[in-house]
Design a protein around this ligand. Structure first.
Ligand SMILES: *[C@@H]1O[C@H](CO)[C@@H](O)[C@H](O)[C@H]1NC(C)=O
Length: 336
């Protein structure tokens, strides 16, 4: 059996005829009892023209940003539902009811937004195969990355033509360090093997495979994620690469703002940025490298595969043409 025992508060708010949001009911679900893991959904029954967005939230300070990110996803034509998985058990439920009330404005016009308050901080819960996920694709993301809707649609289209792969906008890499004779976590100029959960699209079956194996190696690997409170994204990359024997697909975004990137003003204090950043980065990479080594040790093989290049949203011919006496890319117009 799955060890997941989080209680979930599932609050649904709908708009009354007077246009004032009103709390209609609030029911508690226990996903362990609701048997999402026992009843594997037949993917054929899931809808495939839109995806479910699962946003992980933790920091109350970031709620205003979370609100704008959820609103943007809600307005996207590729999105059917948004689930906010709130993984901070100490947040007062009053705060989340208020947030839910605020978000109900968007839900009336666009895709509905639901908040699920987890009673544990486990990072594995962002991959739980919830019964409310009724789409073949899911977009898993953090609460600090803002994508434009054109890029969301584009990435969803890329997923449709590569439904077995992981698709995303941020990539990292594993590598073998010959000096220490060991696997490390790194950023590489020309290749990648890991898509980050800052924004990751995949088929929802992978949620089931990640969360529901018990008495198996995946359960042991999930325990490492809980122990180190990190690396759930790396584990998902291990799982998918192992299944398809191929690396992920990196897509280019038109406009993306990563508020979690410490280069953003105001996210971390200036002092913190200058004093702590490089050492925190080193620490972060070191811990992620340890995850790669542990996963590799337990699995007994290295499933991660490299991919090269990035898919961009343009199909123009890029030959050079002479137009108006100038050498230009052939799909560029000369203004006369
Ligand atoms: C809800 O919206 C109000 C008004 O914009 C704002 O003051 C409040 O902080 C919001 N609360 C939450 C939890 O989002």
């Amino acid at each position: 059996m799955n060890k997941f025992r989080a209680k979930v508060i599932f609050t649904l708010i709908i708009i009354s005829s007077s246009n004032l949001p009103r709390l209609v009911f609030s029911l508690r679900l226990n996903p362990h009892n609701s048997n999402s893991c026992d009843n594997k959904v037949d993917p054929q029954t899931l809808q495939s023209d839109q995806m479910t967005v699962v946003i992980n939230g933790y920091s109350e300070r970031r709620i205003p940003l979370l609100q704008s990110i959820a609103a943007r996803y809600s307005a996207s034509a590729s999105v059917s539902t948004i689930l906010i998985i709130w993984c901070n058990p100490s947040t007062p439920s009053q705060t989340l009811s208020e947030l839910s009330y605020n978000l109900s404005i968007y839900s009336t016009i666009n895709a509905p937004i639901f908040i699920i308050h987890e009673s544990s901080q486990s990072l594995n819960s962002r991959f739980y195969p919830r019964e409310s996920i009724d789409t073949r694709a899911v977009l898993i993301c953090d609460d600090d990355v803002e994508l434009d809707s054109k890029s969301i649609n584009f990435a969803f289209n890329i997923w449709k033509s590569n439904p077995d792969r992981l698709i995303g906008f941020f990539a990292r890499s594993h590598a073998y360090d010959l000096n220490i004779k060991s696997w490390i976590y790194t950023i590489s100029e020309d290749k990648y093997s890991i898509i980050l959960t800052k924004a990751m699209i995949m088929k929802s079956e992978y949620l089931w495979e990640y969360s529901c194996g018990s008495g198996t190696v995946i359960e042991e690997l999930r325990k490492i994620v809980d122990a180190v409170k990190n690396c759930e994204d790396i584990l998902m990359n291990f799982l998918v690469a192992d299944k398809v024997n191929a690396g992920p697909v990196l897509v280019g975004a038109e406009r993306v703002r990563d508020w979690g990137d410490a280069r953003n003003e105001g996210v971390v204090g200036k002092e913190e940025r200058e004093a702590g950043l490089s050492s925190r980065r080193r620490d972060h990479r070191k811990r992620r490298g340890e995850c790669i080594r542990e996963f590799h040790r337990i699995l007994g093989r290295m499933p991660l595969r490299y991919s090269y290049g990035k898919v961009v949203n343009s199909v123009g011919e890029q030959g050079l043409c002479e137009k108006g006496g100038k050498l230009l890319f052939c799909d560029q117009q000369v203004l006369k």
